[in-house]
Design a protein around this ligand. Structure first.
Ligand SMILES: *[C@@H]1O[C@H](CO)[C@@H](O)[C@H](O)[C@H]1NC(C)=O
Ligand SMILES: *[C@@H]1O[C@H](CO)[C@@H](O)[C@H](O)[C@H]1NC(C)=O
Ligand SMILES: CC(=O)N[C@H]1CO[C@H](CO)[C@@H](O)[C@@H]1O
Length: 529
């Protein structure tokens, strides 16, 4: 059985995170030249969107492509008299955790906002929208009153006692909520951000739905802001799994900036500006962007507002500039271009923040770097780091180096995206994937029976969890493909969500490169002739 505290749990406060950065003067940053090995980013993109179907809870539709899965969690919320059927299991277990689920949907929506055309160009637009809507449909159900949000179904304690397919679950499906008396500003804020971002995504194709999402987002933001409190004080069972270490001030800024993007209403921008210092948005420089800590995301979006042509008041510019300096700290630290503190790299060149599910930080950093580089390019600007200026092309090249590592350009010569390439993890720590498909074996598999007959087997998982990004290697690029090694072999929805836009962007870059190579070849042919 797994350790009690499954997700990465930290006891440090933000100041020790800063101290925890490791200064590696010996590793000088280099920009990887075009790798001789070429990856199929289009296939990686398709795989990544398929993964969300494997994580679905609820009644599965006819067009379900992850065919080894079946309906599950059909009585979720029943005990509490609320319909909470649907949504996503977050990782290798069968709990529906509201905070990481919402962060996943915010990331997916952001990817579509930035790279929707490129995702469509790769033929994956409908799949991307379906992945988002599976989450937002659930959030609509879970938000039963302006000041009530159901933020978890099931609990890690009873869930981890069992190794069962979601289709067989006999664990507690009790639902937990936040409300005015038991506030939860992180989960209200993140769900508001997710719904606001998704409202932008659906604006053109489904205006009614978009409007509905925005309405929920407005109420949730107001709820999270008016009734302030840490969500894991109200939902104690979230502690030890998704404890909010950074508190809710980052989520409130994050929600407000997404509300601003969705509405263009100055009220929300003013919130971001007025709370810039009290909430740490313009002061914290933290080299981690995750389900817990959103500062780098807020700071990046604030910086992009400065790059737009829309005129801003001088006073606003000054505060946004503070946000921008912190965004740059994050980006430069990832690039190894800050003077004193940088994010560590493994000897093989992978960003390394911490042991447990390190890939989540790699994928979010790759996404922020990619988006930022494109906004810089559009504005004709460069990134200013202590060690010098970095061009948008160089930033994208670094993001590419991280993605190429993920897809197989690494010392283990394995892909960490399941189902991609000739070698990938075969024993992903995942209940459903590691037990025979319900479609093939409908016999009930009990709580401990799953441990006895399936968990400990050396065999590969019977179901390939295509598109899942696992926790990944350790600080020296080592990786052990063992189901019990959940620190490395468990995948989470937010790991993959951050890569969707990056795959689409790299696929476009590759197409452009192929096109210019072809042109060159044609020119050579003409001159030869
Ligand atoms: C960074 O370090 C270099 C070399 O020590 C120095 O010249 C430069 O002024 C420093 N930049 C900042 C912003 O501290
Ligand atoms: C990383 O993993 C490899 C192989 O599993 C192991 O040999 C190595 O000692 C590990 N490194 C660290 C720093 O734990
Ligand atoms: C450009 C930049 O933000 N540099 C940062 C480098 O790291 C130091 C120490 O953490 C920060 O104070 C700087 O702001």
């Amino acid at each position: 059985m797994e350790a009690n505290q499954k997700k990465q749990v930290r006891t440090q406060n933000p100041s020790t995170w800063l101290m925890a950065f490791v200064f590696l003067s010996s590793i000088s940053f280099f920009f990887p030249s075009a790798s001789c090995r070429s990856f199929n980013y289009k296939q990686a993109l398709s795989h990544s969107l398929l993964y969300f179907e494997s994580q679905r809870s609820g009644h599965l539709p006819h067009n379900q492509r992850a065919t080894w899965r079946h309906h599950s969690g059909l009585t979720d919320g029943l005990e509490q008299g609320v319909d909470l059927v649907g949504g996503y299991y977050d990782a290798g277990d069968n709990v529906k955790f509201g905070l990481p689920m919402a962060f996943t949907i915010t990331l997916l929506s952001w990817a579509v906002i930035e790279y929707g055309d490129l995702i469509a160009g790769a033929g994956e637009y409908e799949h991307a929208l379906e992945a988002i809507k599976w989450g937002t449909d659930y959030f609509i159900k879970a938000h039963t009153h302006p000041h009530v949000l159901w933020a978890q179904v099931g609990d890690g304690g009873t869930d981890h006692y069992c190794w069962q397919r979601p289709e067989d679950m006999t664990t507690s499906r009790r639902a937990y909520k936040v409300d005015a008396n038991n506030p939860g500003s992180e989960v209200a804020g993140e769900t508001a951000a997710a719904m606001a971002a998704a409202s932008i995504v659906f604006r053109r194709t489904n205006p009614h739905y978009s409007h509905l999402l925005l309405h929920h987002a407005q109420q949730l933001f107001e709820f999270g802001d008016k009734y302030r409190g840490k969500y894991d004080d109200s939902i104690g069972v979230a502690k030890g799994y998704y404890s909010s270490v950074s508190g809710y001030r980052d989520e409130l800024l994050w929600a407000a900036i997404w509300m601003y993007k969705a509405t263009q209403s100055d009220d929300y921008l003013n919130y971001v500006l007025e709370n810039a210092y009290d909430f740490g948005g313009a002061t914290w420089a933290i080299a981690e962007f995750s389900w817990d800590i959103k500062y780098a995301g807020v700071q990046s979006i604030a910086s992009m507002l400065l790059m737009e042509e829309k005129p801003l008041k001088n006073k606003n510019q000054v505060i946004l500039q503070q946000y921008r300096s912190k965004a740059e700290h994050y980006l430069c630290a990832c690039l190894g271009e800050n003077n004193s503190t940088n994010v560590r790299l493994t000897p093989g060149g992978l960003l390394y923040v911490r042991q447990w599910n390190n890939m989540q930080y790699v994928s979010t950093a790759s996404f922020l770097l990619t988006v930022y580089s494109d906004h810089l390019r559009a504005a004709g600007q460069r990134l200013h780091c202590d060690k010098g200026q970095v061009s948008p092309q160089e930033i994208l090249a670094f993001a590419k180096s991280q993605v190429d590592y993920i897809l197989g350009s690494n010392p283990m010569r394995t892909s960490y995206l399941v189902g991609y390439g000739p070698h990938f993890p075969l024993r992903v720590h995942h209940r459903g994937a590691s037990i025979a498909s319900y479609k093939e074996n409908k016999g009930f598999i009990g709580c401990t029976q799953g441990y006895d007959n399936w968990y400990g087997r050396r065999d590969p998982n019977p179901n390939v969890l295509v598109g899942a990004l696992v926790g990944g290697p350790n600080s020296t690029d080592g990786f052990t493909d063992d189901r019990g090694n959940y620190v490395q072999t468990e995948a989470c929805t937010y790991n993959t969500a951050a890569l969707v836009g990056v795959f689409a962007r790299l696929n476009r870059a590759q197409e452009e490169e192929a096109f210019s190579d072809e042109e060159e070849a044609n020119l050579a042919f003409i001159s030869d002739g």
